[in-house]
Design a protein around this ligand. Structure first.
Ligand SMILES: [Zn+2]
Ligand SMILES: [Zn+2]
Length: 387
């Protein structure tokens, strides 16, 4: 599904006819290769740095190109906005050359409002999947008001970020995937970074159908999936990171951005096991804090981890990834009449059979006999089980 004419009109009205954003005719006018070389660069010649910022339950990845371009992929949840901005500023980020939003979920865009208000952003790019969520609409309005160039991703487009480092847009699928567990997740922007021999793949919250779509593309595109460094999809969710996909990517290093305490059971034992089976060394923001992968002059990735907030970065000469073995969860004493479960401490509800529901400590567990009752409590359906 592409944007309907009505949706385009709505977007034009919302963001002004002068905006370049989402206007179908414009997207085909962009050249396949367009360069950010005109942007002023910061002298950091010869080093490519990818930092997975610890923003709790969400994603935020900063890429610094060999010529000093700053690319931010996602901005974590609202609760991380101060942490995100200070983490950027402490790394000397005074402006962002390219801001990529993988998809319009709050755990990926919630911290961006503060960043966009504080730092100049030259260009914004997302997958164009329609969303009317207040967080997303508010972000687009703010970007528009700040004069940021708004663009929609174009499949296979290459973006030169300096010294022949290239971002290649591999997703979202076109046409958009429909009837998945979460169409917003399934239509995440998927980006591959390559520089000399170094490669990395960023998958947003891709769903299994996204991975399947990527695998069904023509051979050259599939070869493009190979990446040494993988930002694991959907915080290590149970369904993503399928074995066929991981076999195509062949990641040596896998980074999971996740909070130590979350409602979804992320990262799941299933995803961790599959990553372990392909031999990926696993790094997790909940265990390692900020995780930095850097390459000097194209040398192999060096990983540094903060190992928790406040501690100084240390070299990660780590043994095989800290793969959590699948845990046997004790059965929960769920009342048989209750089909929906929530934690008294969160704003989402799960089906009673959901793994995440079973992980909610009994003292905080709330039961609802009907979906309507769960909704009436002010909670929303959880992303993992979509009750
Ligand atoms: Zn997410
Ligand atoms: Zn999501």
């Amino acid at each position: 599904m592409r944007l309907s004419t009505t949706q385009l009109v709505v977007r034009r009205l919302q963001f002004g006819a002068g905006s370049l954003y989402c206007v179908g005719v414009w997207r085909w006018l962009f050249t396949l290769v367009f360069s950010l070389l005109w942007l002023p660069s910061v002298a950091r010649a010869g080093e490519l740095v990818v930092t997975f910022l610890d923003v709790g339950q969400g994603d935020a990845t900063l890429i610094t190109s060999p010529t000093g371009k700053r690319i931010l992929i996602d901005g974590g949840p609202p609760t991380a906005e101060n942490r995100l901005l200070s983490a950027l500023q402490s790394r000397g980020v005074s402006s962002i050359d390219l801001l990529i939003l993988s998809h319009p979920h709050l755990d990926h865009l919630g911290g961006l409002k503060k960043v966009v208000s504080a730092l100049p952003v030259r260009m914004f790019l997302d997958g164009g999947f329609p969303s009317t969520s207040p967080g997303y609409v508010g972000l687009l309005k703010l970007l528009s008001a700040r004069g940021v160039t708004l663009k929609e991703s174009q499949l296979d487009r290459k973006i030169d970020i300096g010294d022949e480092a290239v971002l290649t847009i591999l997703g979202p699928p076109q046409p958009f995937l429909e009837k998945t567990r979460s169409d917003i997740n399934a239509n995440s922007v998927v980006v591959r970074l390559s520089w000399r021999q170094r490669t990395a793949l960023f998958t947003g919250d891709s769903e299994p159908q996204t991975e399947q779509w990527l695998l069904e593309r023509p051979a050259p595109a599939i070869a493009n999936l190979h990446a040494e460094l993988l930002k694991v999809a959907h915080h290590g969710g149970k369904y993503s990171s399928t074995t066929p996909f991981l076999r195509a990517v062949q990641p040596q290093l896998a980074v999971i951005s996740v909070a130590a305490v979350n409602d979804y059971g992320h990262p799941t034992p299933e995803a961790l096991a599959r990553l372990g089976q392909v031999g990926a060394r696993i790094f997790r923001t909940d265990l390692h804090g900020d995780i930095t992968a850097s390459s000097h002059e194209g040398q192999p990735w060096q990983i540094k981890v903060a190992q928790g907030s406040g501690s100084s970065p240390s070299e990660a000469g780590l043994p095989a990834g800290p793969v959590k073995p699948p845990s046997e969860l004790p059965p929960s004493p769920t009342p048989s009449s209750s089909e929906f479960v929530a934690s008294s401490r969160t704003q989402v509800f799960h089906s009673a059979t959901c793994v995440a529901a079973k992980k909610i400590v009994l003292a905080n567990r709330l039961y609802f006999a009907t979906r309507a009752a769960a909704l009436a409590s002010g909670r929303r359906p959880a992303e993992d089980c979509h009750p």
